[in-house]
Design a protein around this ligand. Structure first.
Ligand code: UDP
Length: 439
């Protein structure tokens, strides 16, 4: 009885605004007209497929049996031969069997949530969903229930936007997704990268089986260093072998951003999460509160780290930020900063001075640090202090957050993005450095 009560409470918490979900899903009325337009546009392909099926004496369609997140069976059609085989799904949409956007077919909800939704919402299974979109880009900022709630509450414009975003991300990240390897450590550009989900990355950062350091520390309890590698740091590592060697000395390298996702795909791997520092920080704060660990913020312009700390303490009551220091260390007073960090007794140190300065600083001072873990986190404090705004979710959903940063700082970020991004793609896809690294 207690268990049932608890599970109902969990469902109620999961769907906090459940009553506000519309009982019929907006946008589905455009399914049929849109499918008819697409069928018309794809008619030449369909004629080729029909011709090939006749010549090879095959059935025109094959059936695919799927189950949606509410455990309902869905039968989908694909062409048996020819081109754009999956486009036969447009006929299923025309017949009203499924929607463009709807209940995802990639996972199932728990029975209690299924019961709750089935009784309230008349929504079909969909080839696209907000959950699938976030899964493809590795975003882990919302739970699958929150994503479903947001999706079902959207209006017609949101429905159309979801179709477009899903289509774009399918073209970029999706095609061979089932054939990609998900190994825990993978080699990208000659570097050993940790292929972790956000949760695994947080576990690594906050793992408590390491003893806090003392001044007489040994090799085994050295501060563990975690760096985030993205398009910019890979470009730097290719043109600067010293920086490459520095990255190689980290205890963990986390893959950050859609560029790394594309590169991993080219090398035959699926990244299990988008481990960027900005999405990670709220999770890290929660885990630090749960495990009674403290953070230290070092870097960014004067006042920025302190403001970020204050904002986070308000957002996460109970969070212990043991100290802050800015990153414009003109008097070269590293000794004082290290003493302040060590005296604070912090468990996890975040260093935000941009690449390659932050990685260099951490490697230079690793032996003097007494915290368990130190991370190099780039412009993280600028976001959490409110000095720089985070890109809108729709840009993050299609892996284009960098466009927002370029708009905000066009001069500072010009080389990094306008020159750096095409250079990265050239190095990845034309030179094939993703598999070999610079030899
Ligand atoms: N910064 C610093 N000291 C320096 C140079 C830079 O603290 O000597 C800070 C800067 O104020 C900014 C961060 O380092 O907050 C670097 O941000 P960037 O946008 O380069 O980082 P990203 O997230 O793109 O790696």
């Amino acid at each position: 009885m207690k268990n049932i009560k608890l599970s109902l409470q969990t469902v109620a918490q999961t769907f906090k605004h459940y009553d506000s979900i519309k009982h019929s899903y907006s946008g589905t009325f455009i399914d049929r007209p849109l499918a008819i337009i697409l069928i018309f546009l794809l008619l030449p392909c369909f004629l080729i497929n029909i011709f090939l099926a006749l010549v090879t004496r095959r059935n025109l369609f094959l059936m695919q049996y799927k189950t949606d997140a509410l455990n309902r069976q869905v039968i989908l059609h694909t062409f048996s031969c020819g081109i754009l085989l999956k486009s036969a799904i447009l006929f299923d949409i025309c017949l009203g069997k499924i929607s463009f956007c709807g209940i995802p077919m990639t996972h199932t909800f728990s029975p209690s949530i299924q019961f709750c939704i089935l009784n309230q919402i008349k929504s079909k299974a969909g080839i696209f969903s907000l959950y699938d979109l976030h899964l493809k880009t590795g975003l882990t900022v919302m739970s699958k229930e929150q994503l479903l709630e947001q999706q079902l509450n959207g209006n017609v414009a949101d429905y159309l936007a979801l179709i477009m975003k899903s289509f774009m991300s399918s073209c970029l990240y999706d095609r061979t997704i089932n054939k990609l390897k998900k190994t825990k450590i993978l080699s990208l550009f000659g570097l050993k990268v940790n292929n972790t989900t956000m949760d695994e990355a947080i576990c690594w950062i906050t793992k408590t089986n390491r003893h806090k350091q003392t001044s007489n520390k040994t090799q085994t309890n050295k501060t563990q260093l975690g760096f985030f590698i993205n398009v910019h740091s890979i470009n730097l590592s290719i043109s600067n072998t010293e920086f490459f060697k520095k990255l190689s000395k980290a205890n963990a390298l986390f893959a950050d951003g859609s560029g790394m996702r594309l590169a991993a795909k080219k090398a035959g791997f699926l990244l299990r999460g988008n481990n960027n520092g900005t999405d990670m920080l709220p999770y890290l704060c929660r885990r630090c509160i749960e495990s009674n660990q403290s953070l230290y913020f070092f870097g960014a312009s004067p006042g920025v780290a302190a403001k970020a700390a204050n904002n986070l303490i308000v957002q996460f009551p109970g969070l212990d930020v043991a100290g802050t220091a800015h990153g414009y260390n003109k008097d070269n007073n590293d000794e004082q900063i290290i003493a302040a960090i060590n005296n604070s007794g912090c468990d996890v140190l975040l260093v935000a001075m941009g690449s390659p300065v932050q990685e260099q600083w951490l490697l230079d001072h690793r032996d003097q640090l007494q915290c368990k873990t130190a991370l190099a986190v780039g412009g993280l404090f600028d976001f959490y202090s409110g000095s720089i705004s985070r890109s809108p979710m729709w840009l993050r959903e299609i892996g284009m957050e960098w466009v927002w940063r370029l708009i905000q700082e066009p001069i500072n970020k010009f080389f990094r993005y306008v020159i750096g991004n095409p250079l990265f793609l050239y190095r990845t896809f034309i030179l094939g450095l993703v598999n070999t690294g610079v030899k």
